[in-house]
Design a protein around this ligand. Structure first.
Ligand code: HEC
Ligand code: HEC
Length: 387
């Protein structure tokens, strides 16, 4: 086990070198059996992600995880799969402000896009403690507040028996976990789905092809690009780098600090309060300065993931740009009444944003170039039961 984890780490470092000389490949292939081999086919500009040493990538695990991601029998009552809330053509969001779990309960926040999640420093909208896909998965699988997949002590064994009874899963688990005498376990389910999630790579948008000199952008898209990466719109400070998020880590980077930001969406009491249960990392730290602080998510495929923000409270991209141009959101009436623009914990950058209507439209045109149709339709990520 140690051996193969090390093998992967070396290969991760070599991925970049292969482009230069192809010198690393031969000795590495000898070090690992073919069955276990995994090659990152990474888009230009992507450095290999950091993968936990106890869950190295393998083709067999990715294949098993692919089936499990689309498997309703994995939920307690057999009604929901990961893909119910994470739909491929919507970049694995569900198009709703908030989602409904297997027993009908609503989630507090909006289902997130799953692409390039292998590079995230932390997971979900606001939880610095969830730093791997393996730990994140306890939330949808076993979470009770709210119930999502609804797996608990009373049905945990039953779900495993359902998979055990299926010839396909007996084969897939055996192939993915060759060393295990009893491979069908929750630990291995989680390891396989996490491996599949790491294979969800999006890096073939028009913007990527433009960077490689393979296509051109329109005049409006180019104006939007200049604004996005400039000091008038400030977007790149929080949504920068190859994954358009300031919480991106790879084998080549070390995260200096895990950043979360208050963008001025709410101000219920004039002192900065966000709605109960959705107060960002404040919910975990209890520190005043953490009120309303959320993760700046990736903006890849953003044109297909409406509605926006942690609670889906902005319905489309024009609303998001108008929100930033105003330096936050004033809610005139109702239970969330308050002037978010005056939120004392709002990031200073947000207050600096200054954009005309036309500049907002140009940025929206630029964001459209981040859509990757190949990712949204590729068969390697589609429902395997429909093949
Ligand atoms: C009922 C709908 C629902 C189901 C089912 C569901 N999710 Fe999610 N998912 C969400 C929501 C909502 C969030 C945002 C959670 C938050 O911030 O609290 C999320 C967030 C995530 C994230 C974090 C992404 C990021 O960028 O940080 C991952 C990874 C994820 N889900 C994977 C899964 C997996 C794997 C399954 C199946 C085991 C699954 N989800 C099932 C609704 C769902
Ligand atoms: C100070 C950091 C910061 C700056 C500057 C910033 N953003 Fe954001 N952005 C965030 C955070 C944090 C979120 C999530 C906020 C939430 O859900 O409450 C977000 C959310 C978004 C979303 C919605 C994402 C989703 O998945 O729903 C879009 C679109 C977006 N930003 C675009 C932009 C654009 C365009 C700019 C420049 C005009 C910009 N952002 C500037 C931090 C920032």
């Amino acid at each position: 086990m140690k051996q193969s984890a090390r093998g992967w780490a070396l290969r991760g470092v070599c991925t970049g070198l292969v482009l230069l000389g192809g010198l690393c490949l031969a000795p590495l292939q000898a070090a690992e059996s073919l069955q276990d081999s995994w090659q990152w086919r990474l888009p230009a500009g992507f450095a290999a992600p950091v993968v936990p040493a106890d869950n190295p990538m393998s083709q067999a695990k990715v294949e098993l995880g692919h089936y499990l991601f689309y498997e309703k029998r994995l939920s307690g009552n057999g009604k929901l799969m990961c893909a119910s809330c994470h739909i491929q053509r919507l970049a694995f969001t569900d198009g709703l402000p908030v989602s409904r779990g297997s027993t009908g309960e609503y989630t507090a926040r909006s289902a997130q896009a799953l692409m390039n999640v292998a590079w995230n420093a932390s997971y979900t909208w606001a939880n610095p403690a969830l730093t791997s896909l393996e730990t994140q998965m306890s939330v949808p699988l076993f979470g009770e507040n709210p119930v999502e997949m609804g797996v608990n002590d009373s049905n945990k064994q039953r779900v495993l028996q359902r998979l055990q009874a299926d010839k396909r899963y007996r084969r897939l688990f055996r192939q993915a976990f060759t060393q295990d005498a009893a491979p069908i376990s929750w630990r291995n389910i989680i390891r396989a789905i996490a491996s599949f999630e790491r294979s969800m790579v999006s890096g073939n948008a028009r913007y990527d092809r433009y960077l490689q000199g393979r296509t051109r952008l329109t005049a409006a898209e180019l104006r939007g690009k200049a604004l996005f990466f400039g000091e008038k719109a400030e977007c790149f400070h929080c949504h920068g780098g190859f994954n358009f998020s300031d919480q991106t880590v790879s084998v080549k980077t070390r995260l200096e600090e895990m950043l979360f930001h208050n963008t001025g969406l709410y101000n219920l009491d004039g002192k900065g309060a966000f709605p109960e249960g959705n107060r960002g990392i404040y919910e975990l730290t209890g520190l005043a300065e953490d009120m309303g602080k959320f993760r700046a998510t990736s903006l890849r495929n953003i044109a297909v993931t409406a509605p926006y923000m942690h609670d889906g409270s902005l319905k489309d991209l024009p609303s998001v740009l108008a929100f930033y141009a105003a330096g936050g959101r004033k809610i005139a009436q109702g239970k969330y009444q308050g002037d978010g623009r005056q939120n004392p914990y709002k990031s200073e950058l947000i207050g600096n944003i200054d954009l005309s209507r036309r500049e907002q439209q140009d940025i929206i045109a630029f964001l459209g170039t981040l859509t990757d149709p190949q990712f949204l339709h590729q068969r390697a990520l589609a429902d395997p039961f429909r093949r």
